[in-house]
Design a protein around this ligand. Structure first.
Ligand code: UTP
Ligand code: MN
Length: 508
């Protein structure tokens, strides 16, 4: 899905010292809930009247002005910028102070009615204070304490996605993500004080689960025919929400329905239906490791010196995944060109590919420019494939836990045209191969590690807080009008003014 583009009205960047009549009052206008264009307008207005208005927040700011934000919200925003309580000497002011000052032609004396009220933070509850609002500012481990809440919120998120409501879907996902980052189990609504990203709806759901053990909305969603059908249909490789929704409205509910009704399918979807059962089964880490060995062998056979990295959920430490993702590059820029067809040919010759579709690299910095970079669709040379994985190779790798049951539970195929791995010595596994030029490798690594929400939040942070544009290809600084180069992920976090978060803590 393509994120909504925000129109950016740029700020007048610098202010000459001699135009500033009140140097002791250093103002920062908060963009949050105000928007870029209004902020730019107020900045120009203030500066034209000789007020000192800073573009970025720093310790020299004396007056923070905001509109439609509560004191707690502004304080939380400040805490994110500065760390805890570094802002205690700053005036947190409502826009009224600013407009009155504009009318008066000088900074008016700060009065009680201008001051935003900040509730004292409860002592001994450090979680409330330290929880930052962007997921890319937080550490989110794989295992956490609140699955009983996050699973419920994620069902609502998923359902919103099925209904093409992206805003709502992201809101639930963000709420779930905050709970994943908490160091302990939520026991009462009190525990949620001051946490960011928890909207009214999410709070209602959480409250019901805490009080009754479950949420009626979540349970009825889970049971609903639409949710179940959309889950089954979008679970088919090659089927997105749009197609699934059309099929649902035509009365189709499952892959079996597609076969029975003789539904027209493209090549990708045919493979998706054919290997449906296998592709529904989680891929284990051992299976991913066996596939890593195969991919490494294939890549080195056709391009010695190439580098291969396991990406996605497995790089974040997951023990199972829905697919296996790889990023491939070569230290000599240009050597990676045309690599993918060679890899897939090698794999085909070995009888290891059940399906593959390669898309060419279509990224050109000069052509694409920064405006496109915020989209999460990247344009690397990429191969969507289905591997034929021999079970013997897997049991060999896991040696001790060789799965004899795989063979003994063999059953006859019930649906013609479908593969049932129980009856055979192999299973189908979805594998994504991505080739990146070396100069983009750090960005590709960051972009393909996930989680999806973490990536989304990184791009949002870059755009909204740093006026930068991040993609899996590049980082563009709109203020300086230049691309920022990086060899390692760490450098990208540094450019973005973020603490480095290791992959294992990007499970937002
Ligand atoms: P996955 O969809 O494979 O997710 O995307 P995952 O985290 O590995 O989890 P599993 O596979 O369900 O266990 C992996 C990463 O690749 C990026 C996503 O943003 C995610 O971070 N990605 C995926 C892209 O950048 N572009 C794509 O087209 C697909
Ligand atoms: Mn994956």
């Amino acid at each position: 899905m393509i994120p909504l583009k925000r129109r950016k009205a740029s700020l007048p960047v610098s202010q000459q010292d001699d135009t500033c009549k009140f140097p002791h009052v250093s103002i920062f206008i908060l963009e949050r809930k105000m928007g870029t264009s209004r902020r730019a307008f107020l900045t120009r207005l203030g500066r034209s009247k000789g007020f000192l208005i800073k573009e970025t927040y720093s310790s020299s700011i004396t007056h923070v002005v905001s509109e439609n934000n509560s004191g707690d919200e502004v304080q939380a925003w400040l805490d994110n910028q500065t760390g805890r309580d570094a802002s205690s000497s700053v005036h947190l002011l409502d826009i009224r102070w600013f407009t009155e000052s504009m009318e008066a032609g000088h900074p008016v004396i700060v009065q009680d009615r201008h001051i935003l009220k900040v509730n004292p933070k409860p002592n001994g509850d450090p979680t409330a204070m330290l929880m930052k609002s962007y997921a890319c500012q937080r550490r989110t481990p794989l295992k956490h304490h609140n699955s009983f809440l996050t699973e419920a919120l994620e069902i609502l998120s998923q359902n919103a996605e099925y209904n093409d409501n992206e805003g709502r879907s992201v809101a639930f996902r963000r709420a779930a993500s905050v709970l994943k980052a908490l160091p302990r189990r939520v026991r009462s609504m009190q525990d949620l004080r001051c946490l960011p990203c928890l909207g009214d709806h999410s709070q209602r759901v959480i409250k019901e689960i805490l009080e009754d053990g479950s949420s009626r909305e979540v349970e009825s969603t889970r049971q609903s025919e639409q949710y179940q059908a959309m889950k089954a249909l979008t679970g088919i490789f090659g089927v997105g929400v749009r197609t699934a929704d059309r099929w649902f409205r035509e009365g189709l509910r499952s892959p079996d329905d597609l076969i029975r009704r003789g539904q027209q399918l493209n090549r990708e979807q045919q493979a998706g239906v054919q290997y449906y059962d296998d592709l529904q089964k989680p891929v284990t880490k051992v299976e991913a490791d066996v596939i890593s060995d195969i991919v490494e062998k294939a890549v080195h056979a056709v391009l010695p010196g190439a580098e291969i990295q396991l990406m996605g959920g497995f790089r974040r430490g997951k023990e199972v995944g829905h697919d296996v993702d790889f990023l491939i590059t070569h230290p000599e820029e240009g050597k990676e060109e045309g690599l993918m067809p060679k890899i897939t040919n090698w794999l085909k010759e070995q009888g290891l590919l059940l399906y593959q579709k390669t898309t060419r690299n279509s990224y050109l910095e000069k052509m694409d420019g920064p405006a496109r970079a915020s989209s999460n669709m990247d344009r690397f040379e990429r191969c969507f494939s289905i591997f034929k994985l021999q079970k013997s190779a897997v049991s060999c790798k896991s040696s001790s836990t060789a799965s004899a049951e795989d063979v003994s539970t063999a059953r006859e195929s019930e649906r013609p045209g479908e593969h049932h791995s129980e009856a055979s010595g192999w299973r189908a596994v979805r594998v994504d191969l991505v080739v990146s030029p070396y100069s983009q490798f750090a960005f590709a690594t960051l972009g393909w590690t996930g989680s999806k929400l973490f990536e989304r939040e990184l791009r949002r942070w870059a755009g909204q807080e740093k006026h930068m544009s991040l993609s899996s290809h590049a980082l563009y600084d709109s203020k300086q009008n230049l691309y920022l180069r990086a060899k390692k992920e760490e450098e990208i976090f540094a450019y973005l003014g973020l603490e480095f978060i290791p992959p294992s803590e990007r499970n937002a």
